[in-house]
Design a binder for this molecule. Structure first.
Ligand code: F0G
Length: 440
């Protein structure tokens, strides 16, 4: 499917930004020229997926489309029990409601914002255990997304293991610049979880992209296919939590998968309560059918290579123009170092958000801040993420983005910070709706 895009005039972009409270989540999508806000649900479906939409089975119970999803999850991911959910966070809700209680702790390489919010919603605490190199721009590590077993062990040595019923591994590590996790690290994290008697969960949103990096960077898998690596890596998990909007290659959908029958039963009952009957889980049957096809396409030869090389090309072109890019480039997105880009803007004045606003002002490009606004008070680098939708943009769009970022970089010294005017009650999700204004 093709769609007309439009670049509003500079004065219009200026006005749109002010009306949006300097928060690009509040922009009308029609006023965005190249939309790199997210890779979630924004990709293009294939001919086979559109065909599946047409034959989707809308039966309330026992639909054929669900049988297709079960079969795809079994073949591609290796799990026999599937509880569908309307999207990733719906799956997080039913899984973490089953696994976490008040006062518990979840350990994760890095919690994504909705994961952190769902852990908090159970009265539990989200503790990150990123690799030491995770946020170090000067280290060119192959697997900066890894889970630090040392940090997790230190946490358990200090606080005891009784309060840690869940260990989560997010592949790729979205909140740590989209960096991959090795299969070896997955094995070690699974062993650690077993040792402390915790359920080992893989957040598998970008499992195929992660598997591609493994074939490129982990010598043991140099001759393996993406499909083989995916099966191997996912096999260590007790449960998967999945947003189909990423490597399910669909616009909406998600699920929990597990081979643990007791956990399956619990999650299934919660699914009925919050999502829908367990053969549709908040999705239309046609969307279930399209996701079943998408999961298989995600591990087909050539797909991830093409996808990841497009993201890489964007990162390389920006680095060549002198823009501070997080290295190595992530799977689904290029992350910019906003604090290096705008060293004269204090962290309290939201340099990342200021940069996001300038990208829209300059070229109608929409990116997202992952810094002080998204993670208030956190000890993390100030990043701006440019996430590339799957199978959507051409080389010319990528070139427009490169020219836009380079133009902002050339006039970076004129750029000033922002201040908050209004923010919602839950700090974990404030960046979606907060309103700001330029500092005088
Ligand atoms: N886990 C990870 C690692 C994610 O990146 C996301 C979504 C979710 C869970 C939640 O899934 O959106 O289907 O409810 N990430 C999107 C993003 C929103 O832009 O990175 P969802």
């Amino acid at each position: 499917m093709v769609e007309r895009i439009h670049l509003p005039a500079r004065e219009e972009r200026e006005r749109n930004l002010a009306e949006a409270g300097y928060n690009v989540f509040n922009l009308d999508a029609r006023d965005v020229f190249v939309d790199l806000l997210t890779d979630s649900g924004t990709g293009t479906m294939s001919d086979s997926q559109w065909a599946a939409l047409m034959t989707g089975d809308e039966s309330y119970a026992g639909s054929d489309s669900f049988a297709e999803l079960e079969s795809a999850v079994a073949d591609v991911m290796g799990f026999s029990n599937v509880v569908p959910a309307h999207q990733g966070r719906g799956a997080e809700n039913i899984l973490y409601t089953a696994l976490l209680d008040d006062g518990d702790v979840a350990l994760n390489n890095t919690h994504f914002d909705t994961t952190r919010a769902h852990v908090a919603n159970q009265g539990a605490e989200a503790v990150d255990c990123p690799a030491d190199t995770a946020h170090d721009p000067d280290v060119d590590g192959a697997f900066k997304g890894n889970f630090s077993i040392e940090k997790a062990r230190a946490y358990v040595d200090e606080h005891g293991a009784d309060s840690v019923p869940v260990v989560i591994l997010t592949i790729t590590n979205n909140s740590a610049a989209g960096q991959p996790v090795s299969v070896e690290n997955t094995r070690r994290a699974a062993e650690f979880a077993e040792e402390i008697d915790a359920t080992f969960v893989l957040d598998a949103c970008r499992f195929a992209e992660n598997a591609y990096f493994v074939t490129e960077r982990e010598p043991e898998f140099a001759d393996a296919t993406v499909a083989e690596v995916a099966r191997e890596q996912l096999s260590y998990a007790d449960a998967l939590v999945m947003s189909g909007k990423k490597d399910g290659l669909v616009n909406i959908g998600g699920f929990v998968a597990t081979d643990d029958d007791a956990l399956y039963e619990q999650v299934k009952q919660l699914g009925i309560l919050y999502e829908g009957f367990p053969t549709y889980g908040g999705m239309a049957g046609r969307d279930v059918a399209a996701m079943a096809v998408g999961l298989r396409e995600a591990v087909e030869p050539g797909y991830t290579e093409d996808r990841i090389q497009q993201v890489q090309a964007l990162g390389d072109a920006l680095a060549a123009r002198g823009v501070p890019v997080f290295e190595p480039v992530g799977g689904h997105a290029v992350y910019l170092h906003a604090d290096e880009f705008l060293p004269h803007v204090d962290r309290e004045a939201f340099p990342g958000q200021a940069l996001v606003c300038e990208l829209y002002r300059e070229g109608g490009v929409r990116a997202v801040e992952l810094g002080e606004l998204a993670f208030p008070g956190a000890d993390r680098p100030e990043l701006v993420r440019m996430a590339v939708p799957r199978r959507t943009y051409h080389k010319e769009h990528v070139e427009h983005v490169v020219d836009t970022v380079a133009a902002v970089h050339d006039r970076r010294e004129e750029i000033t910070g922002l201040e908050l005017v209004d923010e919602p009650a839950m700090p974990e999700i404030r960046h979606f709706t907060a309103e700001l204004q330029p500092l005088e």
